[in-house]
Design a protein around this ligand. Sequence first.
Ligand code: NDP
Length: 288
Amino acid sequence: MSSISILGLGAMGSALAATLIRKGHEVTIWNRTLSRTEALAAIGATVAASPAEAVAASELAIVCVLDYAAARAVLASAGDALRGRDLVNLTNGTPDDAKSLAAWVEAKRAHYLDGGIMAIPPMIGEAGALILYSGSGALLEKHRAALGALATCRLLGEDPALAALYDLALLSAMYGLFSGFLHAGALVASSGGKVADFLPLLLPWLEAMNGTLPDLAEKIDSGLHSRNVVSNLAMQTIALENIVRASQERHISPDFIEPMRQLAAARVDRGHGGDDISGVVELIRKQK
Ligand code: NDP
């Protein structure tokens, strides 16, 4: 059994704390709004009066608040209590946010591990939950019993920015899927169709298209976008234009699909119409 403090008891922090309690760990909690501590106190958590008290109470302190500005404010208010402590930050942010907070924490003589939660609160502690980590691998090993009780742990490397980078890359793919799904749903609904009835067509289609990703990944990694092309970009650009036109005909906003059409058309204009759609990444990469 380990002692862990959880700072931040929103939907995610509460799920982290409840899971650790359920799995037999000793949990101390702190939240800016005190009322959020009540349900967890009722199942055995100890309530700390301040971030300093929470950080000092346990072998490990986990911060999970809305954003990095809040995380830094919470940790700053812990003051000298940070010295020598082990901190894991599971707040969502950018790679630069993570790097900067890691340096700030280490300057306070505390030990820092950054994490990105790839799960929603009900998944915490269950088989499908994954948390990406980067930073101190030693800290992860030291607290593996507690961190492993929350989710599968995947250490990406010693660079503290990596967990945030891969977390956002996974979320970016997810939001691409969601935006495509919302647009497809609007198209289907424009003819009176039910989106639920569309799913038996959509889900196998997405599974089939997932099967093309290894080939596209190889093309992105090698930069060789003209190898073994079966669906060239010039042809796909016409399909993208047709989606935009169909949306306009049906009075549906083309906002989700239009940026993709523009990038594909720009790539075709530059003479890459015979390449695969993977080549669009070259235009994205250039915008530094
Ligand atoms: P909630 O909106 O439910 O809770 C936000 C938490 O942040 C609350 O505890 C809130 O305190 C605290 N907070 C906000 N601003 C401050 C501040 N200035 N000072 C102190 N505390 C502050 O968010 P979640 O719990 O859902 O998310 C927390 C983190 O977990 C986010 O970074 C999110 O991206 C990440 N995450 C969430 C997932 C989810 O599905 N929920 C999935 C994966 C990651 P108060 O109660 O006082 O308002």
